[in-house]
Design a protein around this ligand. Structure first.
Ligand SMILES: [Zn+2]
Length: 147
């Protein structure tokens, strides 16, 4: 399909031209056309702007440490260290109490099975998170040693 501006090559060549990825003959062909075609010059400018935007957004990506939830002060570390066991104990107590209540209230086998399923699921999630945190703690330690 011929382009409205009369260029005889594919738009992919414009993109290749911006990336300086063309062989000499093709580059020459694109350059010649650009000299006489404002529309394609605009396309090339657009492509360049897009490349630059992509480049700068890569540089703005935060580093790993900035994503980390690990606190950076001693006090923060201490509070989080104390907070986790407290939250855990609270969840186990409140959850256990509520479950025990429901268990006592029902003698329906199906309901008891549903309760057991919930407890099992919760326990699996909890153990999973715990293992995760233990691993993260080890990684943090490693990072500190090598900083
Ligand atoms: Zn053109």
């Amino acid at each position: 399909m011929p382009e409205p501006c009369g260029r005889t090559f594919d738009e992919a060549l414009l993109s290749g031209y911006v990336d300086r990825a063309l062989v000499q003959r093709e580059g020459q062909r694109v350059r010649l056309h650009l000299e006489s075609c404002a529309a394609c010059r605009a396309t090339v400018e657009d492509l360049r702007a897009m490349r630059e935007a992509a480049m700068s957004s890569t540089f703005e990506t935060p580093r790993d440490e900035e994503w980390s939830e690990t606190p950076h002060t001693e006090a923060g570390r201490l509070l989080v260290g104390l907070g986790w066991p407290l939250v855990t104990a609270w969840a186990v107590l409140v959850g256990g109490y509520a479950l025990w209540g429901s268990w006592q209230e029902t003698d329906n086998l199906l309901e008891r099975l549903m309760l057991l399923g919930g407890v099992t699921g919760f326990a699996m999630l909890f153990v999973g998170v715990l293992l995760d945190r233990l691993k993260a703690a080890k990684t943090d330690h490693y990072r500190e040693v090598h900083r």
